[in-house]
Design a protein around this ligand. Structure first.
Ligand SMILES: [Fe+2]
Ligand SMILES: [Fe+2]
Length: 154
């Protein structure tokens, strides 16, 4: 199942929104690699790419929470630690062929979108009213307004 980006997933933070898009793209790369029966090495490399980018993304999100004084930083960071563990286990099981590609892709879909909608949205909501704004936010706003007006950054 291909997942297309939906603007309903926008949090309002340009950096995090771009990263969420990127995570969906990486999941799609894995989907296509599986469907086009790429080699085990190729598929393994994409799962590593996805895991590394997820780690990177969680780090960015934690920086954002710190910058805006998000009150549930610790809880959210613990959820990230948990999600990374789940992702690692899922990928390991997938490579040991204990999980089918379809189950793995469905897991990634639920795992990713579920967290964005249930937890990350709360950060976006808080950021809109916080006196502490993320570092560089104005810069990103200007950049995305100029380059992606069609994606609701105007
Ligand atoms: Fe996120
Ligand atoms: Fe998150």
């Amino acid at each position: 199942m291909f997942i297309h980006w939906d603007d309903k997933l926008l949090l309002g933070n340009a950096l995090i929104d771009q990263q969420h898009r990127m995570l969906l793209l990486l999941r799609r790369r894995l989907d296509i690699a599986i469907k086009t029966e790429q080699s085990t090495d190729t598929i393994r490399s994409i799962t590593i790419e996805l895991r590394k980018f997820t780690e990177f993304h969680f780090f960015s999100e934690e920086n954002l929470m710190r910058e805006i004084g998000y009150p549930e930083l610790d809880q959210h960071s613990n959820i990230h630690t948990d999600l990374l563990m789940q992702l690692n286990q899922m990928i390991a099981r997938f490579h040991r062929q204990e999980y089918s590609p379809a189950d793995t892709l469905f897991f990634l879909y639920q795992w990713l979108l579920g967290h964005v909608v249930e937890e990350d949205f709360k950060i976006g909501k808080f950021a809109r009213h916080s006196l502490n704004q993320p570092i560089g936010e104005n810069y990103y706003e200007l950049f995305f307004k100029a380059h992606y007006p069609q994606h609701g950054y105007e």
